[in-house]
Ligand binder design. Sequence first.
Ligand code: ZN
Length: 443
Amino acid sequence: MQLQSLGAAQTVTGSKHILKTSVGDVLIDCGLFQGLGAKNPAQVPEELSKISAIVLTHGHLDHCGYIPKLVKHGFHGPIFSTLQTGEIAKLIMSDNAKIQAEQNRKKNKKIVKESEKSKPLYDLNDVAQTIPLFEFHQWGETFSWKGLRITLESAGHILGASSVKIEDNDKSIIFSGDLGRYTDPIMPDPKGFSSADAVVMECTYGDRNHDRSHTPESDLINVLKNAKKKSSSILIPAFSVARSQNIMFYLAHIFNKNKDLKVPVYVDSALTLAVTKLYENFNDFHKITKEDFASIHRHMTFIEFESQRERLEKDSGSKIILTASGMLTGGRSPYYLKHLGEDKNNILMIVGYQAEGTLGRKIVDGERVFQDGDDKLKWLGEVYIAKSFSSHADQVELLKWRSQILGLKKTFLVHGEQRSLEQMQNLIGPSAVIVDEQQCYSL
Ligand SMILES: [Zn+2]
């Protein structure tokens, strides 16, 4: 077997790992690059034209967002994943097709010549062609494809997220996918595998451990107390998958225990609502109980109609707005930034990674006035950056996950910035390889 990465090599986005096996090329994840200078080729690279099957570890855009482009280009093989990952990917790919259409509409507004207009990578029709290719398997079940043996196991990262082991004759390799945290209040522990010849491991937090002195609950309580003092509102832009459900879960818990901190919470994102319904439907795959969801629905209002939004705009009382996108680029976030940004008492709570080039990153870097298309936006109030929320294993947890795999001859390090990759390489030793994009590695 050989490994070749076309994404998430010395960066954290665009995951695409090709495994060249004795029966054909299998692609593990097929994600979009995100952030500044994202390189998502309009022409499908030659290597991806030869793919026979895809294994999808989870439904985040940087792992599934390029699949419809491949399908548009002619890919018609199976896409193996858990059912939950398939359901999330469907929502994420559809949402992205709509975002691309909207971005292109804006970009092409002043371009007259048809030939000069930019085109989206794919549209909703391509997403519709992609859905039937999914073939679902459960964690722990080993299935066979053309003689390869493939097993998915829980990765603990988001709903349905998996690590995958692929065996070809007497060789075996594990792909970690994105790994979650141990003893997380919401997700199960990453399960992992007991043996393999090689592992391809994510290193997002390879250079550091999470600050355990803060918890999501303590961060939210800090912000709520602060907002109460100032009778202000809190804007929380959050990723629709996992992070928003986490916020709702913690807020419901806080309100149940501290009635005096309770404020109305409005959740305004169609994608967040759809993903939350998936979390509710797949109740056995995380730790949010039916009672927790009942609490969430008691304490929170989901905005589904324009009339609700109009009423909310006129309501000057203290409230929490939980919306998307998490990096304040697109979705409803800019609308609320505009609506709440000029009141110095309001608090903006940042709860996730902000990629370079996004509005969220500008705010984290200290900018407070920005141009967003034709709109001038500003945020004059406090910005609270919470670092306690993470659905990624940290350095200690990554090493713990890897240590249970016996017989490893090689560890391929991916999905990390240079510093993270180098630190993991130092900790693991000479068998660890920092994967270069395009380069082929033999097992
Ligand atoms: Zn992920």
